[in-house]
Design a protein around this ligand. Sequence first.
Ligand code: GTP
Length: 371
Amino acid sequence: MGGCSLVAGLVFIGMDLLGHYWVLRRPDLAIPISLFKGVGFVCITILLLYWVLRPWKKDLQASQLRDSHQRQQLRELDQFRELVIDNAMVWINVLDPQWRITLWNKAAEQISGYRRDEVLDNPAIWEWLYPDPDYRASIGAKVTEILEHDTMVEGFETRIRCKQGEEKIIAWNSRRFFGEDGTLMGSIAIGQDITARKLAEMELERLATHDSLTGLYNRHELMRRMQDDVARAERFQHPLCLLLIDIDHFKQINDRFGHQAGDRVLNRFGALLKEATRHVDYAGRYGGEELVIVLPETDLQEGFEIAERLRNRIESERWSQAGSDIGTITISIGVVAYPDLDGGVDELFLAADLALYRAKNGGRNQVCIAA
Ligand SMILES: Nc1nc2c(ncn2[C@@H]2O[C@H](COP(=O)(O)OP(=O)(O)OP(=O)(O)O)[C@@H](O)[C@H]2O)c(=O)[nH]1
């Protein structure tokens, strides 16, 4: 650039000297020569400016090209991101700080049944997904934690009501996020439909804790619960009653109508026991045709009355299986209660067994209290 200015300077001086020379020789041409000189100066200045600004122009073009490339890449990245979000197998939604939904992907539509255009910017979605006000409030508290206290949620499970009315269990990962300038943009939530897994887990647990024939607790679960409840009754000095129930002459039912008919009687019997218990009570199969009802917060007298009602209920039922009339079935019950009998689970069972034995010996179809 320095060389360029030098050449330009020399040309200017040369033109000026030449101009003076011609004006001296031909004073009559002084005006055209001055004009010619002026035009020459302007042309050379333009050429000089062009020469000086050429690299800058090149830089400008290159930077414009780069910007356009970057814009193109950003557009492609946006499209790619939308494609990934939309085709993800998990529910993805974004909430703005005012709890309005601003993004709702295809999986969210498929899992919930609600279309994107129904939920975007529509606060009603909270009521649709969580119709129970108390439950909705607890979910709202979680969203507040995420948005206001930067709580990061992992595997948080909620039960949603879908558009078709069915319930699903969703496990959520969620956290808030910020824009480039540091302002809070909202929260992003990724939800996985774990309904099938939860149902399978619940079924496994049911199989592990319940007797398949009667639908009541199996012996292992019965004893586990009783250990807890008897310990609690001892600690708080609250009553607890145990009914040990045995079907009378059950062997005859098997012998006369077959083992399968006996199984069906046991199955129906389990349903009747469940019907007869309050939600705090529970029933289990102790073994064979011996069944148990545990009545927390129930004293001996109340327990006896409940046992009597149950005995009457069973006796009044007309039993038939697969077209065969079985007739009536009776039961004998041994009743024992804490603290009338001050002991643990084993002692309670022993006493109930003795009471049951007396009921059988006394002619069956009766309730006996442990002595
Ligand atoms: N069908 C069926 N029978 C069972 C099952 N478990 C035990 N039993 C039968 O229950 C009967 C119990 O017979 P017992 O102990 O003699 O008693 P019972 O005939 O009820 O006579 P008492 O108890 O003295 O009134 C046996 O025949 C067992 O085979 C079962 O899961 N299914």
